[in-house]
Design a protein around this ligand. Structure first.
Ligand code: NIG
Ligand code: FE
Length: 432
């Protein structure tokens, strides 16, 4: 849309207006909601947001008007931790876990990440592009407008570059925005099993320089875990990435408590992700270093664990908590941020408002996009969603329901979430 667009008739305009920084403590519970709201968009940016009384007099004849009919409008979700580029899937492992096998047992027996690596290596860039595009549709339909996207199923120089080129193509093609992360250190590939130091050398000496030279990633991540990369290996890779100008994210303290959180703090990582096993000492270290925790409750659910990260302790200590899906074919085949919000409230005792803050403005800052997206304020890019409910809490409360009605990215309608445009349906919006 190049002209002017007005959205009115909004029961709750969830703006998340506030200080230009991630939100902590009590701030996380304040969504800065405008009841009976309206908003004007010019080109790709929001120009005004306020009550209908304030905004409607500003609407003129050359403005397209959408009446939301008493529904909720919120910023699009920003999913700050995903692995969306892969070939095949692991529904077989889902079935094995249902029959009693654990995620770690399946990995140790040659399934897990290694099985996705085999298929991803065999796939062409075009094939991966098409399958990932399909997954991005799912994100969009559940109200997500930006995702962070990791490599990590190639594990050779060429296959890692191939994955990151797919991420770049997806971002160029749109509409979803993608922020690329290099995760060559996701797993030690089969062929390096008996000389793992050589794989770390390959990452440091060949992969990282190429990724940086081609400008294929903004962040570097490492799976720091027993059976994946040790603390010392992780430190070496992260320091080399930093030298190449990449910012750092880290899979930390997911399955075992091995000091990942403390390492993220030591290295000045932007985020420490997972943290299911992190203890209070680790949490204090993150706070002291200003690292944002990214919590991934869908991966806890899907591996059948009950150990969720201690979100309350993190919020109480003043950390700017983020929520994300961890979408991947193994531990979290879940692209739905609404499901993540439900789990955040039921299993981690975050209020619906805290969870939304974690999934929007705090997530935007964790990706260095806080000045552009994550809240609905004048000057920001118009990435927002109209939900078919009148109270924002219903999005997580009526769980498993498609609440998304329309998704806008850069002020343009991208998706009508299952509801047919022009068809006979009771939800159709008045557009004039
Ligand atoms: O974030 N933890 C490491 N990596 C993914 C799992 C990837 C997979 O199982 O394919 C995760 O949970
Ligand atoms: Fe992950």
């Amino acid at each position: 849309m190049t002209g002017k667009l007005a959205i009115t008739g909004i029961s709750q305009l969830v703006t998340l207006r506030g200080p230009a920084r991630p939100r902590t403590g009590d701030e996380m519970g304040n969504l800065a909601i405008i009841d009976n709201g309206a908003m004007i968009i010019e080109g790709k940016r929001i120009t005004c947001a306020g009550t209908r009384h304030e905004i409607e007099p500003l609407i003129n004849a050359n403005c397209k008007v959408i009446d939301a009919g008493g529904r909720v409008v919120m910023p699009g979700f920003i999913d700050a931790h995903t692995h969306p580029v892969f070939a095949g899937n692991r529904a077989n492992e889902f079935e094995m876990r249902a029959s009693g096998a654990t995620y770690q047992q399946i990995s140790a027996a040659g399934g897990g990440i290694q099985s996705t690596v085999k298929l991803t290596r065999a796939a062409t860039e075009d094939e991966l592009f098409e399958t990932s595009k399909h997954y991005l549709e799912w994100f969009l339909r559940s109200g997500t407008t930006t995702i962070e996207a990791k490599s990590g199923y190639g594990l050779t120089v060429e296959d890692e570059l191939k994955m990151l080129r797919v991420v770049r193509r997806l971002n160029n093609e749109g509409p979803i925005r993608l922020v690329p992360t290099f995760l060559g250190a996701h797993s030690i590939p089969e062929e390096f099993k008996d000389h793992r130091a050589d794989y770390v050398n390959l990452i440091v000496n060949e992969m990282l320089p190429k990724v940086a030279d081609e400008g294929l990633a903004e962040y570097c991540d490492v799976f720091c875990e027993e059976g994946a990369f040790s603390i010392d290996e992780t430190r070496r890779i992260m320091l080399a990435a930093k030298e190449r100008g990449l910012k750092l994210r880290l899979h930390a303290d997911q399955l075992t408590l091995n000091g990942g959180a403390a390492l993220a703090a030591e290295l000045g990582a932007v985020t420490a992700d997972h943290l299911e096993q992190a203890d209070l000492k680790g949490i204090e270290r993150l706070k002291a270093a200003g690292v944002q925790p990214i919590l991934l409750p869908a991966s806890v659910l899907m591996i059948g664990s009950t150990k969720y990260p201690d979100a309350r302790a993190m919020i109480d200590s003043g950390l700017a908590v983020v929520l994300a899906t961890d979408f991947n074919p193994g531990s979290s085949p879940v692209p739905s941020m609404p499901l993540v919000l439900t789990l955040a409230s039921t299993m981690m005792k975050m209020t619906p408002a805290e969870a939304i803050t974690a999934a929007t403005i705090n997530a935007a800052y964790s990706l260095d996009r806080g000045a552009e997206i994550g809240s609905l304020e004048p000057g920001k890019v118009a990435d927002f969603v109209i939900y078919d409910c009148s109270d924002y809490r219903e999005i997580a409360y009526f769980a498993g329901v498609e609440h998304v009605m329309k998704v806008f990215i850069s002020g343009m309608i991208q998706s009508s979430g299952g509801i047919q445009e022009g068809g006979k349906n009771i939800f159709s919006l008045k557009i004039s």
